[in-house]
Write a protein that binds this ligand. Structure first.
Ligand code: PLP
Length: 428
């Protein structure tokens, strides 16, 4: 063996803070050594030691057709020969905008950016610019990227403005963000009754994927929609994770609800740095160069990212794609539940399309406090028992999991057999 993950981790920590370029990759919640990935193919990732894993992270969502899909790779290679960036408009980015607007009816106009963070940050600026209001509402446990206004936790009381949840975020800025409990109708009603005229937007992950997998209830989402309409606030759905993942039309298709603005990322870039925000044409018209809200990007609409994204968007529009993806996810979920039951481990799952969550509990969580109560020690043991058997799950119980179209019966059976052994270890 030429090099180990441990050697790479030691070396990485000398020049990269914590050895990683995004914190969750450091395995802090589960302990142990992060796997340094050498390459990936279809449903598999292969680390620097040559060990192969069945991958249920999929780069945290984008890799819905599997790794190194020949059509996506070929599209990027072809685009690369025409230059890596122009900093000027292209016909291909119009194709992408048209595809997004067709697939997500709430998106009448869209702007391409390079990360979900950038998209979320820009959407909030636009909501503030459009409404002329400063306050925004988010929900505890939802993640919308690391823009300052969104790294905020709840204040001391329901109607108090939020406090920074990260060092470096000014309290003066955080005070404009109100943080409420996910799925709590009474709280949002009370807030709008008291402060409705101050609120620029409500931003929400329709199915939260950053506190494991927690569905917003239909009734709660309908109430959010109605309250925003009534008070002139923008309803912003963060579909960075759910978009083109839980269904072709995203969570909007699942719930049949039309937000005013939508934030997208992950799947639309096919694994390249590409994200987008869009929505009502009258709102998007406020954006520079038409309107007063500034937003820009050197690499926005990057030709390689657009090529990868378009290739992936073509693949996911093939007939039966989501039926097959959901069936694979369902097979995995039912199999995990059955394995846990065989060993008497309290366990349940939830999923939509190619996105899933599992919990060491008999009841599905409804909000962040439910998740925060979960037993992290059990999760850790399960995670390592699976990793030792070649199954790569998210190294945090606060993350959703992802299945790709490249996962077939062979991978699901192998995962379930690993899970059977892992649950047996937990039961001991
Ligand atoms: N919004 C959601 C729902 C996400 O899950 C993420 C990332 O995981 C983001 C926004 C931020 O996207 P990015 O990591 O591309 O900045």
């Amino acid at each position: 063996m030429s090099i180990t993950n441990q050697q790479l981790f030691d070396r990485a920590q000398r020049t990269i803070p914590g050895g990683v370029n995004s914190p969750v990759r450091a395995f802090r919640q589960v302990g142990g050594v992060p796997r340094f990935i050498d390459r990936a193919e279809g449903p598999y990732m292969i680390d620097a030691e040559g060990t192969r894993y069945i991958d249920y992270i999929g780069s945290w969502g984008p890799m819905i057709v599997g790794h190194a899909h020949p059509e996506v790779t070929a599209a990027v290679q072809k685009a690369a020969t025409r230059s890596l960036s122009f900093g000027a408009p292209t016909a291909d980015e119009i194709d992408m905008a048209e595809a997004i607007c067709k697939l997500m009816p709430a998106v009448e106009q869209v702007r391409l950016v390079s990360s979900g963070t950038e998209a979320g940050m820009s959407a909030i600026r636009l909501a503030r610019g459009f409404t002329g209001r400063d306050a925004i509402v988010k929900f505890e446990g939802c993640y919308h990227g690391h823009a300052d206004s969104l790294l905020v936790k709840a204040g001391s009381g329901l109607l108090t403005f939020g406090n920074p949840s990260s060092g470096g975020v000014p309290a003066d800025l955080a005070k404009h963000t109100l943080v409420l409990e996910f799925n709590n109708i009474a709280q949002i009603e009370e807030l709008f009754a008291k402060r409705g005229s101050e609120i620029a937007c409500v931003i929400v992950e329709p199915i939260a994927g950053n506190m494991n997998f927690i569905r917003g209830t239909q009734a709660w989402h309908q109430r959010l929609r109605a309250l925003c309409t009534e008070h002139g606030a923008m309803l912003v759905w963060d579909e960075v994770m759910t978009g083109f993942r839980v269904a072709l039309g995203g969570a909007q298709q699942v719930y049949g609800i039309r937000p005013d603005m939508v934030v997208m990322g992950k799947v639309i870039g096919g694994g390249m740095p590409l994200a987008a925000f869009g929505g009502r044409a009258d709102v998007m018209a406020k954006l520079s160069p038409l309107g007063s809200v500034y937003q820009a990007g050197t690499l926005s609409g990057n030709p390689l990212a657009v090529a990868a994204g378009m290739a992936q968007l073509r693949l996911i529009q093939q007939p039966g794609f989501y039926e097959r993806l959901s069936a694979t996810t369902q097979k995995l979920m039912r199999g995990l539940e059955a394995a846990a039951a065989r060993h008497g481990v309290p366990f349940c799952t939830d999923s939509e399309g190619g996105m899933f969550g599992f919990y060491f509990s008999t009841r599905l969580p409804q909000n962040y406090p439910d998740m925060a109560d979960a037993d992290v020690e059990v999760f850790k043991r399960f995670f390592h028992a699976m990793l030792d058997r070649g199954v790569y799950l998210a190294p945090s119980m606060f993350e959703a999991g992802f299945v790709s179209a490249a996962h077939g019966d062979v991978e699901i059976e192998a995962t379930l057999s690993a899970a059977d052994a892992a649950f047996a270890e937990l039961a001991r």
